[in-house]
Design a protein around this ligand. Sequence first.
Ligand code: HEC
Ligand code: HEC
Length: 283
Amino acid sequence: MFRWIGYGLAIMAVLALGFAAWVWLASARVLGRTHEAAPERLVQPSAAQLADAPRQARILGCLSCHAEGLRGRMMFEAPNVVKVWAPNLTELAARATDQQLAQAIRQGIGQDGRPLFVMPSPMYSHLSDQEVAALIVFMRSLPRAGAQTPRIEWGPIGRFALATGRFPDAVGRVEEFRVRQPFDLGPATAAGRRIAMTGCTECHGADLSGGRPTPDITAPDLAIAGAYDREQFRRMLRTGRPPSGRDLGLMGKIARDDTRHLTDTEIDQLHAYLQERAQRIAR
Ligand code: HEC
Ligand code: HEC
């Protein structure tokens, strides 16, 4: 009888090892993929775009994730899943070409061809050639400072998610963002639509119909903004406080750190687009 228990345990140990080896190999294959980036056409930004680039970098969230001065930081850690550093971009900018920086920003492809994770390149794929060029000039203008940042570290659960396709990289989602876009409601609301595409789709979904920025956080369809009047919308995007007074968690942080830097005009344009979109959905 002890012998049978022994065999049983041995078989289970072999299966467990086999499973661990499969997870390791399959996730290593995902992480080891490389991509050929499309050539970036970077054109000279206008003087106004160059002057506005530091503010754009705030609205777009570059400084929230990559830290003040873009010096990089440990962004978040989920034990056994993943430990994510947003890289020190002052270090990177000193080594990388404009092509490499641009392909990271809007194609989701790192300088060595590997797919990026967590970096919201799918959303930034909607930035224009000039806007990306202005961001690169801004990155290069910052003093080189801070320490080198490590690569993302994957734990066993994170590796399982990679192996089973549950943790998509930025490259595949760039394609999704090309195909699935928010309704185009014509020239009158085009400016607001663009702000939403480059600033809200990361969490609220490629077409703004709702998304899941992390496995345990959901962001609603932005039709919800249809219930806000102009003043309420301005207040929420500046302070994170909705009319209900509820604590919005991650959205509150985005408002206080990023969207606070939108001008009144930009917030009103965004509001006008989201109102139209909400009405169109209700019809
Ligand atoms: C939600 C957080 C977040 C935001 C917002 C963000 N990044 Fe990143 N970024 C990251 C992370 C994390 C990585 C590392 C990804 C990896 O190594 O897989 C990264 C990587 C990069 C890289 C380097 C890729 C390489 O070659 O290694 C560049 C360049 C970059 N980001 C620029 C920007 C710029 C410019 C902005 C604003 C327009 C921005 N990032 C906004 C999280 C963010
Ligand atoms: C980093 C992720 C993230 C980004 C970027 C983001 N949001 Fe959100 N947003 C959320 C989450 C998460 C919620 C849900 C908060 C809750 O219900 O607790 C939310 C909720 C909201 C709500 C509903 C608040 C309510 O009354 O319940 C509005 C309106 C909103 N976001 C507007 C925007 C707009 C406009 C943008 C772009 C300028 C944007 N968000 C960008 C994550 C994000």
